[in-house]
Design a protein around this ligand. Structure first.
Ligand SMILES: NC(=O)c1ccc[n+]([C@@H]2O[C@H](COP(=O)([O-])OP(=O)(O)OC[C@H]3O[C@@H](n4cnc5c(N)ncnc54)[C@H](O)[C@@H]3O)[C@@H](O)[C@H]2O)c1
Length: 356
């Protein structure tokens, strides 16, 4: 497991560990370098160590090719789940070398290490819906009272995996993730390895250390409970995202590893049913916490940001009929609110008292 202390990596590690698998985690807490103290993942490492007695941790940088080749050769894992990444769209523009070295070259290091040591082991790459660039923004949309939605009936169920990843603006992050995604597909198709790319929508959950530049729901809830101002960038706050609980992501990863296929691609997200706009998320969180959401509106969208995006989950369900979403959006909100109350302690309770 790479990125084992991150949102997805830690959830998948816990999920696998609880099922009796031995988890070898690779994470050098680079998230704290990318996002500062708020991105620090040490709390997550402590949790892995305390909840999974068999957990082994390696603070290795996935850019360290020699170190990675050696480690994978020693461990020879039965499956590799690669979630280590520079995960932010906006951050990447200021650190393009680091972004590409981690996301693209780091993934190549992992794939080649797997090919040399354990080519039969399923390899799951956490990709992103940013590989579609801003092309989803060219779909005909309708403006509803609190959100945008697709008007074109072709996308009634959301964006399918056949959607083009070409000829669009991706952001620097999106481009480095395209490189990783295509390389993972190539190791599947060219070397016949059991690889898949999971093109994530918004993957979230109670353990996310959301920051402004990454982890929208977690950060939004944190702003609410701390009564901090949330900045909305463009699209009238009606931009739509589909949200999937990290445990449902973990369940899909297990399903794939148990019955792998070669060079597959899946759009993984909450789907239409778990989609919301920022305005809708404000309202739902306010209802749970009783705290009015403070926000400012910046009349400039983030570069390449999707206006409306939700994943078409039909291919995943067709390939893995036993898999489906188990956490509703309401469950997700509630768990994130509870987690921030617990983590922030008196600070969030004081905010609730002030709000009355
Ligand atoms: N969270 C989302 O909403 C979302 C959506 C789509 C795709 N994804 C993808 O899922 C993956 C995981 O995302 P996340 O939200 O868990 O991010 P995260 O930042 O919470 O986790 C990434 C982890 O990787 C570690 N890491 C970073 N660079 C490293 C390096 N060079 N060597 C070793 N470890 C390193 C970090 O310390 C961090 O713990 C990423 O590939 C991301 O692009 C996430």
């Amino acid at each position: 497991m790479t990125g084992s202390c991150g949102l997805i990596g830690s959830e998948v590690s816990l999920h696998l560990g609880r099922q009796g698998y031995q988890v070898f985690g690779i994470d050098n807490n680079e998230r704290a370098v990318f996002f500062g103290p708020e991105g620090d993942t040490r709390r997550s490492l402590q949790r892995l160590r305390s909840e999974l007695p068999g957990y082994s941790h390696y603070s290795v940088d996935i850019r360290d090719r020699t170190g990675i080749l050696k480690l994978v050769a020693e461990v020879k894992p039965d499956a590799i789940v690669h979630t280590a990444a520079q995960p932010s769209h906006d951050k990447a523009a200021s650190i393009p070398f680091d972004d590409f070295d981690v996301n693209a070259v780091g993934t190549l290091n992992m794939l080649e290490a797997a090919r040399r040591a354990c080519p039969e082991s399923p390899f799951v790459q956490m990709s992103t819906n940013k590989v579609y660039g801003d092309l989803p923004n060219t779909i005909r949309l309708k403006e509803l009272e609190t959100r945008w939605d697709y008007e074109d009936p072709q996308y009634e169920h959301g964006i399918p995996e056949t959607f083009s990843i070409d000829n669009s603006k991706h952001s620097i992050f999106g481009a480095s993730k395209v490189a990783a995604d295509v390389m993972t597909q190539e190791y599947g198709r060219y070397f016949n390895m059991p690889t898949c790319c999971l093109r994530g929508g918004c993957l979230t959950g109670p353990n996310h250390s959301g920051v402004e530049l990454h982890g929208f729901l977690s950060y939004l809830v944190r702003c609410n409970v701390e009564q901090r101002e949330y900045r909305v960038y463009g699209y009238k706050g009606k931009q739509v995202r589909d949200n999937i609980h990290s445990e449902d992501v973990a369940r899909f990863i297990v399903a794939f590893c148990e019955k792998p296929r070669c060079g597959e691609v899946y759009n993984i997200g909450g789907g239409k049913e778990n989609s919301c706009s920022i305005l809708e998320a404000f309202a739902s969180v306010e209802e749970l916490t009783g705290i009015p959401q403070k926000y400012t509106y910046v009349d400039q969208n983030r570069i390449g940001d999707h206006i409306c995006y939700y994943s078409d989950l039909r291919k995943m369900k067709e390939h893995f009929p036993g898999w489906g979403i188990t956490r509703t959006l309401q469950d997700v909100y509630r768990e994130i609110v509870e987690s921030w109350h617990e983590r922030l302690g008196p600070r969030s309770r004081a905010a609730v008292d002030v709000a009355g």
